[in-house]
Design a protein around this ligand. Structure first.
Ligand code: NAP
Length: 336
């Protein structure tokens, strides 16, 4: 059994991770930690877990953690994460980090978009970007996985086949996406609080969202050249899910049949990517680790739609997929 500790267990991705690990036949939750004021029995902290998870959520004790766990899910906000990760790695633990602290390889870009100093550049170098469909071989056996952002997961899976085959212009990609409100975590801000969110839909982060450089970095790696992406996020009044619509300029003439073949071939055998004939919907993938993708052509442009659950394929499900790969387990365990 793989022993899993979750730090930041009282947040949205923490709860989602607990529930997925509980369904996993070869992993178990052995240690849950949170800030002191949030601690208590997991079944009381989360009524959803009543009768299912009689484990105390405790303030973090590093000695206890290294005795009780093989792998740590770091479900913490950015900046906080990099205060913990070096100690976790130092204790010989494998780490899947949910924050953005180990995703951007260029410290200057990280510091510009996150507006904080990066305090752990040494581990940043060895961190592997955990998007299994593209980087599976790199993930196996590694100590530190930077679990991808939720928006970048949907956008990158949508454009990867086109970038890899160099079929689109790389200076004019537009990613237009809508997330449900759980994307912002459990602490409501003015904008994301219920009275503003309810029956509402609005754009935010115009030209400045932190996931934009992450998309560009990984897209550039897939394409083997610089890629410019204009990313425009929106939030709508549903709990979970991200629908992305990606607009690209093809380099030559492209037809629907060619695209369908390209996508079906590229993702052939991938357990969690499904190519759909019709545009996908967030409800079809809610609470699953699937990403549904549908490519199309209109007015000389290529349009790709993708849908996933931000808390599962966009966070905790992808973390479990990464954990399975790190430890050489069947990749779908706990996730189907
Ligand atoms: N939500 C998503 O859809 C999603 C998707 C992909 C990635 N992520 C990333 O995953 C991470 C967690 O996201 P989330 O949505 O689960 O956030 P969340 O609901 O706000 O949970 C974060 C948890 O970390 C705790 N925490 C904050 N500072 C801490 C500290 N110094 N020590 C220990 N615990 C601390 C928080 O406690 P308090 O509430 O008391 O502050 C909270 O329980 C973030 O980096 C986020 O960007 C989230």
């Amino acid at each position: 059994m793989i022993r899993v500790a979750i730090i930041g267990a009282t947040g949205y991705t923490g709860l989602e991770s607990i529930e997925i690990i509980q369904r996993h036949p070869q992993a178990e939750v052995t240690y849950l930690t949170a800030l002191e004021q949030e601690c208590g029995n997991a079944e009381e902290v989360f009524p959803r877990l009543k009768g299912k998870c009689d484990i105390e959520i405790e303030p973090l004790d590093f000695d206890k953690l290294s005795d009780l766990a093989d792998v740590v899910f770091c479900c913490l906000p950015h900046k906080v994460s990099m205060d913990f990760v070096p100690k976790l790695l130092g204790a010989g633990l494998k780490v899947v980090d949910f924050s953005a602290d180990y995703r951007l390889k260029d410290v200057k870009v990280y510091e510009k978009f996150y507006n904080v100093k990066h305090t752990d550049p040494a581990n940043l170098e060895s961190a592997v970007y955990g998007l299994p469909e593209l980087f599976r071989k790199r993930i196996k056996g590694k100590n530190l996985i930077a679990n991808p952002g939720c928006y970048p997961t949907g956008a990158l899976l949508a454009i990867a086949p086109l970038l890899k085959e160099r079929l689109i212009e790389t200076d004019s990609i537009i990613v237009n996406a809508v997330t449900g409100s759980s994307g912002a975590g459990k602490n409501p801000s003015d904008k994301f609080h219920f009275p503003n969110m309810n029956e509402n839909l609005f754009a935010y982060g115009i030209g400045s969202h932190r996931h934009m450089p992450e998309m560009e970095q990984i897209a550039g790696e897939i394409a083997g050249s610089d890629v410019q992406i204009l990313f425009q996020p929106h939030v709508g009044c549903f709990d979970r899910g991200i629908l992305s619509t990606v607009y690209c300029q093809p380099k030559g003439k492209t037809g629907g049949q060619q695209l369908s073949k390209l996508y079906n071939d590229f993702y052939n055998g991938e357990p969690f990517v499904q190519i759909c004939d019709d545009a996908p919907a967030v409800k079809s993938v809610a609470a699953t680790n699937y990403c549904h993708i549908s490519p199309a052509c209109a007015k000389g442009r290529v349009i790709i739609f993708s849908a996933l659950d931000n808390l599962v394929k966009g966070a905790s499900g992808q973390a479990v997929q990464n954990m399975n790969i790190i430890f050489g387990l069947e990749e779908t365990l706990g996730l189907k």
